[in-house]
Design a protein around this ligand. Structure first.
Ligand SMILES: [Zn+2]
Length: 224
């Protein structure tokens, strides 16, 4: 039978084999790639969100807007222009905690993200003032994974306000210059409901003070 096949037919059969074989190899490769992608995506979605970085040097940036807040924050920065002890770091941190609930934008992360220090912040917003607070611990300190949660940022500030002498390696608090292209991490807009002492209206979504029993925006009553 083989002898009955001409050269032309052999070439045709060979071409068909090549096409079919190539196609099969292609399908197998495609299958492997797709299955890998699937496990990569699936693996990522199953994992918990990334834990916030820890660092000995941690930077806080808080932005405030409005005449009263800005005056308060300027005075605050002037009062704590020199921090040389754990006591002074505690007092500075406590003052920042007190001011923090009205912050509009925030950042808390490893200081390596802001090589120019607390005096230069990354924001393109006009108006307002930005407070930069660099704290140096003797041990790795926690930072915040979600900077839009003011509650989380304030929680880290509270830890500094409880420092003992052995925790203190340094601290610096000042008003920051701002620039859109500053070599510093961008501040995140604070989610209103994460402001300490605030709650979120379940009818209209507006944030208001935790002790109010009615939403000042829509009049919705807070259920017990
Ligand atoms: Zn409401």
């Amino acid at each position: 039978m083989v002898s009955g096949i001409g050269i032309g037919e052999l070439v045709v059969i060979l071409l068909i084999l090549l096409v079919v074989g190539g196609g099969l190899v292609g399908l197998v490769v495609l299958g492997i790639v797709l299955s890998r992608r699937g496990t990569e995506n699936g693996g990522a979605s199953r994992e918990a969100p990334p834990a916030p970085a820890r660092a000995r040097d941690v930077m806080f940036f808080l932005r405030f807007e409005g005449r009263d807040d800005e005056t308060y924050v300027r005075d605050l920065a002037a009062r704590h222009a020199t921090i040389r002890s754990a006591t002074q770091a505690r007092e500075a941190a406590l003052d920042v905690v007190r001011a923090a609930p009205t912050a509009t934008h925030a950042f808390c992360g490893p200081a390596t993200a802001a090589p120019n220090g607390p005096g230069l912040a990354h924001t393109g917003l006009s108006g307002g003032v930005v407070l930069g607070f660099l704290v140096r611990g003797t041990r790795p300190l926690d930072t915040v994974a979600d900077d839009s949660s003011l509650t989380s940022v304030v929680a880290e500030l509270r830890k500094v306000s409880a420092w003992v002498d052995s925790d203190f390696a340094g601290a610096e608090l000042r008003l920051a210059q701002t620039a859109i292209d500053a070599p510093a991490p961008p501040l995140a807009a604070v989610r209103k409901e994460t402001r300490p002492g605030h709650q979120l209206c379940r009818y209209c979504g507006e944030a208001f003070l935790a002790h109010d029993t009615r939403c000042p925006n829509c009049g919705g009553r807070v259920s017990a």
